[in-house]
Design a protein around this ligand. Structure first.
Ligand code: PHE
Length: 452
């Protein structure tokens, strides 16, 4: 297939919103506050931001270089840039990563559809036992699977419409809406009585909680949140045009992603702290068990506000999940289209079918298949582990090494400067980060974790 019929993003804004859409997801609104709550608030955030800009951003820029210079899916990218060399393994790891991540991500995304529906029909009423609601729902043998399938169906629909009228158009629609929802919710949250304690928790670093484990989690979180290491952004970059500025786009994506993560903290913690007896380190149940309780208690005197707050919150979560899931799906879809010369719709079906099967296994691991373990883990935890602790960091190491050690320096610089027409501030620092800091930094964390 020639490069011209593959499609391209039609505008600069489209590039940034689609890539930021990939980055901004459940990782920001669900996982980030959970990790912050567990690992000492602001101290964790500081370490996290260092990882975002010094480790994850160099990987992102490297993915952009690989994607745009090859203009093909992540496997063929290595085939084109390094013919006959084993680097192609990194491409296959990306396809595997995309499928695994979508399989478990769609489980949680399915939960958000259920919670959106419960909010909409005003069923998250005060006094309901939210812990039982959550447990009963996720362990039900068919309900969560149904919601997961609905979510995968929507993802499939958007991806099968193609780059410009699918991914770009929906990202342009959903991202601004998402940002507006987030800011309105923050406004709500900050005016709650007792919000100050939440702010204090977020802004005052508690370094005593910053254990080695917390530092390792911060890196895993940075990679997951920025979608780097599995060729997702390389795939998007294969649709960038010649004028796209790789470095400034990567920087914008990192900034948008970090701002959204921190704003989500500003939505959640002031709300959580405004209700006495609720702990900020509730773990993954934070947004599905703790928050419904908070919505009801905090707005007990004006229930309609609680209704609006909760509905907006779950819609926000759902939009964020969708803009990310389409990017996961696209990694493998681009590959299937180009490998077997299939039409986009057919290729998308192949990927969706695989994800339906694997995704169902993840979903059932909260219920009937709870006892089915592979290497001591249920499917959901196994896939999460394989992606976040293994494929992403290893991919990050390989990607940066490939760009700085294998690719011709001139080609890399030509990509970063658009053939010398751009002046990129800090270019040498960036190249240094790609060459040394990212592979070594990620390697240290990765091997540390494998050894533990
Ligand atoms: N970055 C997304 C999030 O924060 C998750 C993601 C991982 C998206 C890998 C694409 C690829 O939720």
């Amino acid at each position: 297939m020639s490069t011209t019929d593959r499609g391209t993003f039609a505008s600069k804004l489209g590039v940034i919103l689609a890539s930021a859409g990939s980055a901004v997801g459940l990782g920001n609104i669900w996982r980030f506050p959970t990790e912050v709550g567990r690992n000492g608030g602001a101290a964790f955030i500081l370490v996290y931001l260092c990882f975002v800009f010094f480790l994850a951003m160099p990987v992102m820029v490297s993915e952009f270089v690989i994607g745009r210079s090859s203009r093909t899916n992540t496997v063929d990218a290595y085939r084109t840039l390094a013919p006959g060399k084993p680097w192609i393994v990194a491409g296959f790891m990306g396809i595997l990563g995309g499928i695994l991540v979508l399989s478990f991500y769609s489980v949680v995304a399915g939960w958000t559809i259920f919670y959106t529906q419960e909010s909409l029909t005003n069923r998250l009423w005060a006094g309901r036992d939210f812990s039982a609601l959550f447990q009963n729902f996720v362990s039900n043998p068919w309900k969560p699977v149904l919601y997961q399938f609905i979510f995968l169906g929507i993802t499939h629909y958007i991806v099968s419409r193609g780059i410009e009228s699918g991914i770009e158009r929906f990202s342009k629609l959903m991202m601004p809406l998402l940002l507006v929802l987030l800011v309105v919710l923050m406004g709500f949250s900050l005016t709650m009585p007792g919000a100050g304690a939440g702010l204090n928790f977020l802004l005052k670093p508690d370094f005593s909680k910053l254990t080695t484990d917390a530092v390792l989690s911060a890196m895993g979180q940075a990679f997951f949140s920025l979608s780097v290491g599995i060729g997702c952004l390389a795939t998007y970059a294969s649709y960038f045009d010649k004028q796209t500025r790789l470095v400034s786009s990567a920087f914008s994506v990192c900034c948008i992603d970090s701002v959204v993560a921190i704003l989500s903290g500003f939505v959640i913690f002031p709300a959580v702290f405004s209700v006495s007896g609720v702990s900020p380190d509730a773990g993954p149940g934070l947004v599905f068990i703790t928050l419904p309780h908070v919505f009801n208690t905090a707005f007990a005197s004006v229930p309609v506000l609680g209704y609006i707050f909760s509905l907006m919150f779950y819609v926000l979560l759902l939009l964020a999940a969708l803009t990310s899931s389409i990017s996961m799906h696209e990694i493998a879809t681009a590959f299937v289209i180009e490998k077997w010369h299939l039409a986009r719709l057919r290729a998308a079906w192949v990927v969706t079918m695989v994800c339906l099967v694997l995704g169902m296994a993840c979903c059932l691991s909260f219920g009937p298949w709870a006892e089915v373990k592979v290497w001591g883990r249920g499917f959901f935890d196994l896939f999460d582990f394989l992606v976040a602790k293994f494929l992403m960091p290893l991919g990050g190491i390989l990607i940066t090494m490939f760009v700085e050690w294998y690719l011709n320096r001139k080609l890399v610089v030509a990509q970063l400067t658009n053939d010398g027409t751009l002046h990129v501030r800090g270019l040498n620092i960036l190249l240094f980060l790609i060459r040394w800091v990212a592979p070594i930094g990620v390697g240290v964390v990765f091997f540390n974790e494998l050894a533990s």
